[in-house]
Design a protein. Structure first.
Length: 471
């Protein structure tokens, strides 16, 4: 009995010790990455190559039929397989970062420095030791190797040591490994995990935390996240905004899309976007981004439009489809049919219609009344239909009909936002593009978004088809 009382606490200590060592080992990859970076990610490099049809046989990289890989890619694939087989590195734990003052940096853990140099001698051109690192060059990137890890730095060899040394010193103060939510995301079981630091106006900052901005990044930072996997020969992903401790941020001012707008979309429409918002929605997210890209005229337009945006209480919807065979080769508006609907108060709709009539009168254009308050405006060689349709300010170059059929409901129903793009072939946009098309969908909820990408007209594994097209 005394033996059991003695062994149980000892067993608990041993188990806790094993767990502590396991956690330490898992997080070691991120220990040398400072929490101040702008972007960071972890990719399963070997798995990604395997999904793209790349193999390693008899000491050489083997690719699917139709792929003529450049020498640089072959060297990378061969090095990845050799390192994986030797157990010196785990290419499926490859981290990359982009900081404020640095370019792309990639890193992997290394268990045997000398064997790493031996295996990569044909891929990396090794030179002298500098600053405690074995230095080399591979494919235009500088390579630094110490006893624990290897760094690939997009910088000149003379600058690479300074870049890595600076990162390591910053990481000693605060690393990504200290951010529980970021670590959990980056170490999740996906083909690709990415975090991007955000200055996000919708974030509810924890104002009761101590530390000015920049002094305590764990509590001050907001991060956009993205994950990606291959499932059923489709790329599937998810995205969200989180605080560094993993707390998800909820978008304010979102509401479900009203599915009634889908009844105005014909079957052949292959582009559709919808968003449900209330007057609480923070439009500065959009206006700041658009204002930054545009000039003075764009900013002036945004100033005029913002009061109308802030009045939207319901669904914003836009859909389009080819009107003829020239739609993809000539993006002229006359080659496309479209429908736009925005839920606005009646007074706002009346104001817009009044301004449009005044502008058309001054331009010498006489609109015609169609029916139920919708007017017809001859423009761009076609008729534009504009007016109040079921409580929406609506514009289309087709008559409004609410009994059309399509397959958009599963994507849009019950969602706060949705996007659907279904293109039969990319070849129409340029002879250098592949024959296959794309089918992309995105769905937005209160605190996350999910995405799915498939290929039309291709039976090959999706990453293999994309790699073939790129090469």
């Amino acid at each position: 009995m005394k033996f059991k009382r003695f062994m149980l606490p000892m067993l608990a200590v041993v188990l806790l010790g094993v767990l502590a060592v396991s956690c330490s080992k898992e997080r070691k990859l991120l220990d040398a990455i400072p929490s101040t970076v702008e972007q960071a990610g972890v990719i399963r490099l070997k798995t990604a190559f395997e999904n793209a049809g790349c193999k390693y046989d008899n000491g050489k990289a083997v690719y699917p039929s139709g792929i003529e890989a450049p020498e640089r890619l072959s060297a990378i694939v061969e090095a990845v397989w050799k390192l994986d087989e030797s157990g010196i590195c785990n290419p499926d734990e490859t981290a990359w970062v982009v900081g404020d003052k640095i370019r792309l940096v990639m890193t992997m853990l290394v268990s045997d420095k000398s064997k790493f140099k031996e295996i990569t001698a044909g891929t990396i051109e090794w030179s002298d030791e500098t600053g405690g690192y074995s230095c080399g060059v591979a494919g235009g990137m500088s390579v630094l190797l110490d006893d624990d890890r290897v760094w690939f730095v997009d910088a000149e060899p003379s600058d690479a040591v300074d870049v890595v040394t600076s990162m390591s010193k910053e990481a000693e103060k605060s690393s990504l490994a200290s951010m529980t939510g970021i670590v959990q995301l980056l170490e999740s079981d996906n083909l690709l995990n990415v975090v991007v630091r955000q200055d996000f106006p919708a974030a509810d900052k924890k104002k009761d935390k101590k530390g000015a901005k920049g002094e305590n990044p764990e509590f001050e930072s907001t991060w956009a996240t993205f994950t990606c996997n291959v499932k059923d020969n489709r790329l599937v992903g998810s995205s969200s905004f989180i605080e560094a401790d993993g707390t998800p941020l909820v978008f304010k001012g979102l509401k479900e899309i009203n599915p009634s707008v889908l009844a105005y979309v014909p079957e052949n429409f292959n582009l559709a976007f919808g968003l449900g918002v209330s007057p609480d929605f923070d439009w500065s997210i959009v206006t700041k981004a658009v204002g930054t890209l545009g000039g003075f005229q764009t900013q002036a337009m945004l100033s005029a439009v913002t009061p109308y945006l802030q009045s939207i209480d319901g669904t914003i919807f836009l859909a389009a489809g080819p009107a003829n065979s020239e739609a993809y080769t000539d993006l002229d508006p006359g080659n496309w049919h479209f429908v736009m609907m925005v839920s606005l108060p009646q007074k706002k709709i009346n104001d817009i219609m009044g301004m449009m009539r005044s502008s058309l009168f001054m331009a010498g254009v006489s609109p015609k009344e169609y029916k139920d308050g919708v007017m017809v405006i001859p423009q761009y060689g076609m008729n534009l239909y504009m007016g109040n349709v079921d409580g929406y300010f609506a514009v289309s170059n087709m008559p409004f009909e609410s009994d059309r059929q399509n397959s958009l409901a599963p994507i849009f129903n019950g969602k706060n936002g949705a996007l659907c793009v279904d293109l039969p072939t990319l070849k129409e946009f340029g002879y250098m593009l592949p024959d296959f098309g794309v089918k992309f969908s995105m769905q937005v909820n209160n605190d996350n978004a999910t995405m799915e990408l498939g290929l039309n007209g291709s039976d090959r594994p999706i990453l293999e088809a994309i790699l073939t097209a790129l090469l």
